[in-house]
Design a protein around this ligand. Structure first.
Ligand code: GLN
Length: 453
C-alpha cells in the first residue's frame, strides 16, 4: 500500500486519481497485516485497488467527475466496493472518469483530463487513456494500483483497457449489483474490473459479482470460480467472427491482429466460424438514443437540493437552473438535451421506441449465433489505437461516438465482453481484441482471453 501511495504521488501528472485516501489505505493494510499474521487472510487480503469515482464510497468525496457533486460525501458504500473490502482489498482512492461516465477519452471530467502513460514511438505527445474509465485504465497501466473497479455502459471498461494494454471485462448485465453506483443509463450500466492480467480480472470479478436484493436487476445466480476457468483452454469451442465488424476505414494493422487472434484460438483447438450479426450497423445510433434518454431521466435528481453543488437563485426554479447550468459540463448537457428530445411526446415513437426495437433485433442476432453453436465471438475492441489528447474532443462529437462502434452492441444485448491486449501497432501502441460471450458465461471469455494473452 505504501509503495502504491508513493507511486501515485510521483505520477500526479497523469491525473488518474481525483481523490486519494492514503490514510484509509494504510489503516486497511494494517488490518490485512494482522489477518495474514494470524493465518486468516481473506481472498484479496492487502491488495491495493483504485475505485472509479462513480462508485459511492462512504465518507469519501464521490464526484462522478462532475462539478455538480462537489462536496458530496455519501453515507453509504456501493455493493461492489463493500464486497471488495469484505474480501480484504485496500482502498487507494477514487479514480478519474468522464463526467457521469459520458465519453470515450476521459476529457470531459470536471477534475481535469487523465493522461495515458503510453506514448507513440519517438513522440512525447500526450495520448488519451480512453474512457469513461480512463482513470482506472491509466492507474492500472502505470502501476498506481493492482487493479481497479470500472463501469461499462457502452464500452467504458473495454475501450480504455484496449487503449492502455490492460484487461477489462464487462460482465453480463445483472452479474454485479448496481446499488451505490451513480447511474448513467440504468438498463446498460454494469460494473467490472480492469487489471493487468486475465487472471487478476477473474479474481477481482469473483469478489465484485453476486446477487444483491437492493438491485432488482442483479441476478440470483451462484458466482462461478472465474479463476479456475482461465486454464480451461478453448479446445472444442466454436468462435464466431462477425463479418459486419469489418468496418470501412479500419487500419490494416487491426484487421491483421484480428486474423492473428483467430489463428491463436484455432491453434489452441477452437473452430473458427464466420458469422453474421446483420443489425450491427444500427447499434451505435440506437445506443446514442437509449443511453441519453435514460441519462436525462437519471440526472434529473441533481437539483441543488439533494446532493453537492447549490447555486442560489431568486426562487426555487432559478436555483435549479443556476445549479444545473453551473454544475453540468458541455457533454452532459448535450446528452440531457438529446435524451429529453427523444423522449418528448412528438418524437418518442420516431426515436425512442424505434431504438428499443433495434435493441431487440441486435439481441436476436446474438441469440441466433449462439443457438447455431457459437460459444464466443471475436472482434477488435476498438477501431483505432489510442488517439491524442484533444484530437477527437475538438472534432464533431459524433467522431468520438464512433469509437464505441464495437462495444455498444454488447451492452445493448446485455452480454459479457472482455478486452484483452493482443499486440502493438507500428507506433508502439497497444491494440486490444474483444471476446463476446453467452449470457452469464464469463468463464468461456476468461478461458479464451487467456489463450490470446
Ligand atoms: N463512450 C460511451 C458514451 O459516452 C460509453 C460510456 C460508458 O460506457 N460509460 O456513452
Amino acid at each position: 500500500a505504501q509503495a502504491h501511495i508513493d507511486a501515485i504521488e510521483k505520477a500526479g501528472v497523469l491525473n488518474a486519481y481525483i481523490v486519494g485516501t492514503p490514510d484509509r489505505a494504510l489503516k486497511m493494510a494494517e488490518v490485512s497485516d494482522e489477518k495474514i499474521a494470524k493465518g486468516e487472510a481473506r481472498p484479496l487480503e492487502g491488495l491495493p485497488l483504485g475505485i472509479k469515482d462513480l462508485f459511492a464510497t462512504q465518507g469519501v468525496h464521490t464526484t462522478a467527475g462532475s462539478k455538480i457533486l462537489e462536496g458530496f460525501e455519501p453515507h453509504y458504500e456501493s455493493n461492489v466496493s463493500t464486497q471488495l473490502w469484505r474480501d480484504g482489498a485496500v482502498m487507494l482512492g477514487k479514480l478519474n472518469l468522464d463526467e457521469f461516465a459520458m465519453g470515450s477519452s476521459n476529457e470531459t471530467s470536471a477534475y481535469g483530463k487523465t493522461i495515458s502513460p503510453w506514448r507513440r514511438n519517438g513522440s512525447d505527445a500526450a495520448l488519451v487513456p480512453g474512457g469513461s474509465s480512463g482513470g482506472s485504465a491509466a492507474a492500472v497501466a502505470a502501476h498506481l494500483c493492482l487493479g481497479a473497479t470500472a463501469t461499462d455502459t457502452g464500452g467504458s471498461i473495454r475501450q480504455p483497457a484496449a487503449f492502455t494494454g490492460t484487461v477489462g471485462i464487462k460482465p453480463t448485465y445483472g452479474r454485479c449489483s448496481r446499488w451505490g453506483i451513480i447511474a448513467y443509463a440504468s438498463s446498460l450500466d454494469q460494473a467490472g474490473p480492469i487489471a493487468r492480467t486475465v487472471q487478476d480480472c477473474a479474481i477481482l470479478l469473483g469478489s465484485m459479482a453476486g446477487h444483491d436484493p437492493r438491485d432488482t436487476t442483479s441476478v440470483d445466480l451462484p458466482v462461478p470460480d472465474f479463476e479456475a476457468a482461465i486454464s480451461r483452454g478453448v479446445k472444442g469451442l466454436t468462435i464466431g467472427i462477425p463479418k459486419e465488424y469489418r468496418v470501412e476505414g479500419m487500419p490494416e494493422e487491426i484487421l491483421r491482429l484480428w486474423d492473428q487472434g483467430a489463428e491463436w484460438l484455432k491453434a489452441a483447438g477452437a473452430t473458427i466460424k464466420e458469422i453474421s450479426l446483420p443489425h450491427t450497423q444500427y447499434a451505435l445510433p440506437a445506443y446514442y438514443i437509449v443511453a441519453p434518454a435514460e441519462a436525462s431521466s437519471n440526472l434529473a435528481r441533481y437539483d441543488g437540493v439533494r446532493y453537492g453543488l447549490r447555486v442560489p437563485g431568486k426562487d426555487i426554479a432559478s436555483m435549479y437552473e443556476n445549479t444545473r447550468a453551473a454544475g453540468f459540463g458541455r457533454e452532459v448537457k448535450r446528452r440531457i438535451m438529446i435524451g429529453t428530445y427523444v423522449l418528448s411526446a412528438g418524437y418518442y415513437d420516431a426515436y425512442y421506441v424505434r431504438a428499443q426495437k433495434i435493441r431487440t433485433l441486435i439481441k436476436r442476432d446474438f441469440e441466433q449465433a449462439y443457438a447455431a453453436g457459437v460459444d464466443a465471438i471475436l472482434t477488435p475492441a476498438t477501431p483505432s489505437a489510442a488517439f491524442g489528447l484533444g484530437e477527437m474532443a475538438s472534432a464533431d462529437p459524433v467522431q468520438m461516438y464512433l469509437n464505441d462502434v464495437f462495444t455498444v452492441t454488447v451492452n445493448m444485448a446485455g452480454l459479457p465482453g472482455i478486452a484483452v491486449p493482443a499486440g502493438l501497432d507500428s507506433q508502439g501502441l497497444p491494440l486490444g481484441l474483444q471476446l463476446i460471450g453467452r449470457p452469464f458465461d464469463e468463464e468461456t471469455l476468461f478461458a479464451a482471453a487467456q489463450t490470446i494473452e
